[in-house]
Structures are given as C-alpha cells and as structure tokens.
Design a protein around this ligand. Structure first.
Ligand code: CA
Length: 229
C-alpha cells in the first residue's frame, strides 16, 4: 500500500531487468570478457553490480584483484568488448507482464518514464517497437544525461527535473539492489520487482519500500495503487 501522502503522477521505470529481460546477457557478457582480461566477475556477482557504470564495475574488480584502478585504456577496451559481446546475443524480450502493467499505468493517466544507465543507441527504437505510445523520448534519462551511475541518486533526481515532478508524485520500479538504493537515496518510494536470480533479501536490504517476486504480480496488484491517483 502506498502511503497517503503520495499523489501519483508518474512511474519511473528502470530498463534492464524491468522492461527487458536483458540481464542474463549482460551478466554472461561481463563474466566472459572480464575473464579474458584475467579478472574474476561471476555471473551472479554481475547481478549485484547491475546499474553501475561500466567504468565503475571494471574499477571495482580491478581494485579488488590488483589493488589499483583500471587505466582509461583498459576501461575502454574491456567495456567495448563487453558491449560487442552483449550485442551478439539475441534481442532481449520484454519482461513477462510489463506490457500489461505499462498499459494500466497509461490508462490511469500517469506518465511513464525510463531511467537507465544504459547508453545503447537503439534504445529509443526498441522501446517504441515493444511498447508503442508509452514512453516519450524527451523524458528519458540515459547514460548520456548523468555523470554518476546508480546507486547515486542523480538519475532519479534528473528524472524529477526533466518531468517536472515532485518527490511525492512518483514511484520508482527497480529490479537490482543498486537501482533500489538509487531510488531510495533520491527520496522516492521504490518498488522492487525481483526478476532475476538474487534472493529477495538483497532488495529488501537495499531499502525497497515494496517487493514483488514477478512483474506479473506487480501488475496484478496495480489496482491498490489507484487510490493514490
Ligand atoms: Ca535494472
């Protein structure tokens, strides 16, 4: 149940793992490319770092293993190879239940925004293809807009600014612990939807205000949010 002080005008959606089932590919790509550079990042750990910038993830592992940050060249090379690897996988499908939820959000007269650390150029086309008429590209927050990745609150604060919304007019939908931390740090009501392999506890510990174990169950419960509109 949303607290009474929230008067919903917008829902801020993360992308990977919330709109698209892309995380298995990201995790596999990270694991493979880091290994090729002698760095250990298991697929499961990749889920823990979901939402961090590429440079942030590479530096963290490099610090842990080699006691130093990666050089700018290393970061560029590893991140390029990771992106190339990711792009070799098939196009990720929408998360089950999310199209239904997005249509309910739209039908309730709310604005749906995407807030992602991703900088894939095909992003806007892909969103429009799978979710026609839902997202407005002027209201997207992507890797090009923000300096700090999640768990920093900047992406969500920028979404408020772009959309002209106050903190008690939006909710955040996230699937990853760092994404939840980002929403919570921005002072926003944050719904965690566990679409991946991590235990629910990780999302609760990150500060999630509500937790669903699938997007379909969030969509099924959407009626309970209507009292706040
Ligand atoms: Ca995510």
């Amino acid at each position: 149940m949303l607290p009474d002080n929230i008067k919903l005008k917008a829902v801020l959606f993360d992308m990977d793992g919330v709109l698209f089932n892309s995380m298995p590919y990201h995790a596999a790509a990270w694991n493979k490319v880091m290994q090729q550079h002698g760095l250990d990042l298991s697929k499961e750990e990749a889920y823990m770092h979901e939402g961090r910038t590429g440079a942030g993830t590479i530096n963290l592992i490099c610090q842990r293993q080699n006691g130093r940050n990666a050089s700018a060249e290393e970061i560029e090379q590893i991140y390029q190879e990771k992106s190339r690897e990711f792009n070799q996988y098939p196009e990720p499908n929408p998360i089950d239940g999310v199209w239904e939820l997005l249509q309910k959000v739209k039908a309730a007269g709310l604005t749906a925004m995407v807030v992602t650390g991703s900088g894939q150029l095909s992003l806007i086309d892909r969103l429009e293809h799978h979710f026609p008429g839902i997202f407005c590209k002027e209201l997207m927050v992507t890797a090009y807009d923000v300096k700090f990745g999640k768990p920093h609150p900047e992406p969500y604060l920028m979404a408020l600014e772009k959309g002209g919304f106050k903190k008690d007019e939006v909710i955040v939908v996230e699937n990853a612990p760092l994404g939840v931390e980002s929403g919570v740090a921005a002072g926003l009501y944050t719904v965690a939807v566990n679409t991946g392999p991590l235990p629910n506890k990780v999302l609760i510990d990150a500060g999630a205000d509500a937790l669903y174990t699938s997007m379909q169950s969030f969509s099924n419960d959407w009626g309970s949010y209507l009292k706040n509109i």
